[in-house]
Every structure is written in C-alpha cells, then in structure tokens.
Design a protein around this ligand. Structure first.
Ligand code: GDP
Length: 361
C-alpha cells in the first residue's frame, strides 16, 4: 500500500506525533494477520458514513480505510551531501509515496530549536533545500548522458527538455511539486525514470500551540507558505493526550480548545487525498467497509481491490449513492425508486458509491 513519510528537523514533535499515530492504529484490532513494523503507523480514516451503514445493515464490524505513515528518522541538514545517515534518510524518502513535513510553530523555552529560533518559513526552506539539492545531484548525474543520446536519437529530445526545465526550477529553490510537476501528471512523465524526490506530493503538519489552533490569520499565513500543498494544524502533545482517552472524553477535551475532531483525523483525511486516493463502500451483515482505490478507478479495478477474481470475472456493479440509500432507508426501497444503477466495465467510481459486484467465478 501507499505510504506517507514523516520528516522534519529535530525537536519539532515528530516522535510525539508518531506515537499518537501508532496509539490510534486500527491495525491490531481489525487486521490481525498484518505484520506491524515499528516505524509504520497504520491510521484509520474516520468515515461517519460507515457507522450509518453498519446501523442499516446491522453489520458486525466497521472497517475504515487506512493510511500508512512511516517515521523517517535521521538528520536533515547535510543529508544531500550523502554519507551514512544522510543516504539512508534520502533512500527512505524515495520509498515513500508522499512527504509529510512536521514544522514546529509551538513556543517552549524548554525545548531547544536546532537553529535557535522558531521560524516555520526557515525550517521549511531548510528541509526543502536538502530535497532540492538531492534532486539536482540526480539530474546532474544523468543530464550529460541524456543530452548526448538526444543528439543521435531525436525522440529523446522532449525528455532532455523536461529535465533541463526541472533543473532550472530546482536551481530557483523551488520543489517540482510546487511548480506543478507532480507525480501522476503529464509533465512528470518524461522525468519518471529519474525517481526525483520533490515530484512527490507534499503535505505539511504545523505543530502549533493550543491557542494557535483557532488563530485563523496565523493559519492563513502558514497556508500561503506551503500552497499548493495542504497544511494541517495540530498540537502533538494534545494529540498524544487525546489518543489515551475514550471518544466522549476526547470530544470534551477537543471542545476546550475549539476543535471538532482530533488533528490526527484531519491528518488521515488530508494524507489520504494527498496520495490521490478515494474510497467506495460495501455493507452487509458481516461488515461495513471502505475500500481504497485510486481516484479515477473503474468498476473492475475497484472490484479487484476486494479480490483479483472479482476483477477478472467482472460482469457489472450495482451502485447506489450513499445519500440515496440513507434517504430511502433500505436497498429494496432504493431499487423500487429506480435509484440503484447497474454499471459496466467503463464506469468510473465516485466518492460515496455503495457497491455490490456481480462476477463470474
Ligand atoms: P522530534 O525530535 O521531532 O521527534 O521531537 P519530539 O517529539 O521528541 O519532541 C521534542 C520535545 O518537544 C519533547 O520534549 C516533546 O515533549 C516536546 N513537544 C512535542 N510537541 C510539543 C508541543 O506541541 N508543544 C510543546 N510545548 N512541546 C512539544
């Protein structure tokens, strides 16, 4: 499955956040046969629709979609210079499908900042500079060979042009993601084989003081720093406390700081969409469940997530929109209202689709 690597300067609250994430793990309870790795936190993506479906179908359990967060330990500054830890750090980032930067905004004289001052802008620059330098090194290694090849093979020229353009962007100190050359886009295609770091989708977690959680102008400022990447604001210590509480107590504590849901829930949602994922839903007496698919997945591809045989033998899918189902109150009623649709192989799955697949075995 796809993973999000958590990176950041020392002492910004990464471990605190990661510990809170692992306390929230849905893995142990719901997926007993999965292996649990120490540096991976498998976090449920909260979806109230599943609870509603479970009520309607009297399902025995609810299985939300999950996001995998990987704690990428290691130094940041100087990483691109290569040696030991730096290499391992970059290799771990290369294996991640998205990069989540934890940025310190909280003030606490007892917690030393490596650069002696609290400055989200500078910290973001420090981290991005390392990633940008690493990408520049990659490019400088391959570009001369590519240019040489392109002199003979004209069809290589568009690739050379794309690499040169990427180099210019990086030299300006910008990430390729922020310049619109993100993985999965057409502009990224010619760069694919270079496995560049800054083409991965980025997201930012600002570890803020509790009073900043509701400070809209402060948050607007930080959002502007990281756009088009998403920003999540949370207090890592508070999240660690919340992870110890039952739901009711947690809600009470959240209210005292003006929040409706834990920051981890927001992070799970934002992480999920940053990875380019969406869900569809199934429900029955056994379970109400969200299944993870890529945005734009077709019905047979969605069926394949449940079982490869479902994809191979796909005939059609009965699709009901969640809202129609809740309004009608039962599948039978939705059908009699003519709102259950039979969809074929070309159908592109939509968020909130409640599905039953028909297939040959
Ligand atoms: P890491 O080096 O990035 O993994 O940072 P840690 O999670 O180890 O946190 C470093 C120190 O900052 C620890 O003493 C934490 O208790 C403290 N800390 C983490 N998050 C917060 C926060 O939101 N507010 C305050 N005041 N301290 C925090």
């Amino acid at each position: 499955s796809l993973t999000i690597g958590i990176v950041g300067l020392p002492n910004v609250g990464k471990s605190t956040l990661f510990n809170a994430l692992t306390k929230n793990e849905v893995l142990a309870a719901n997926y007993p046969f999965a292996t649990i790795e120490p540096n991976v936190g498998v976090v449920g993506v909260p979806d109230p629709r599943l609870d509603k479906l479970a009520e309607l179908f009297e399902s025995q359990r609810v299985l939300p979609a999950t996001v995998d967060f990987v704690d990428i330990a290691g130094i940041v500054r100087g990483a691109s210079e290569g040696e030991g830890l730096g290499n391992k750090f970059l290799a771990n980032i290369r294996e991640s499908d998205a990069i989540c930067q934890v940025i310190r905004a909280f003030k606490d004289d007892n917690v030393v900042h490596v650069d002696g001052k609290i400055s989200p802008k500078d910290d973001i620059e420090t981290i991005n500079t390392e990633l940008i330098l690493a990408d520049l090194q990659t490019i400088e290694k391959v570009l001369p060979r590519l240019e040489k090849e392109a002199r003979v093979k004209k069809d290589k020229q568009p690739q050379v042009k794309a690499v040169q353009e990427a180099k210019e962007i990086l030299e300006e100190g910008r990430t390729l993601f922020s310049a619109g050359i993100a993985q999965g886009t057409e502009r990224h295609e010619p760069l694919h084989e270079l496995h560049l770091l800054t083409t991965k989708p980025f997201l930012y977690v600002f570890n803020v003081d509790e009073d900043e959680l509701t400070d809209e102008s402060f948050k607007e400022e930080q959002r502007a720093l990281v756009a088009p990447a998403e920003a999540v604001f949370l207090n890592a210590k508070l999240e660690a406390d919340l992870a110890e509480l039952d739901e009711e107590e947690a809600l009470e504590l959240l209210q005292t700081v003006g929040q409706e849901e834990p920051g981890l829930a927001t992070l799970a949602h934002v992480g999920f969409t940053t990875l380019g994922l969406q869900t569809y839903l199934t429900a029955g007496p056994k379970e109400a469940r969200a299944w993870t698919i890529k945005k734009g997945a077709t019905a047979p591809e969605a069926a394949g997530v449940i079982h490869t045989d479902f994809q191979k033998g796909f005939i059609k899918a009965e699709v009901i929109s969640y809202d129609d189902l809740i309004e009608a109150g039962s599948v039978t009623e939705v059908r009699s209202r003519g709102k259950a649709r039979m969809e074929g192989k070309e159908y592109v799955m939509q968020d909130g689709d409640v599905v039953e697949f028909r297939f040959n075995v």
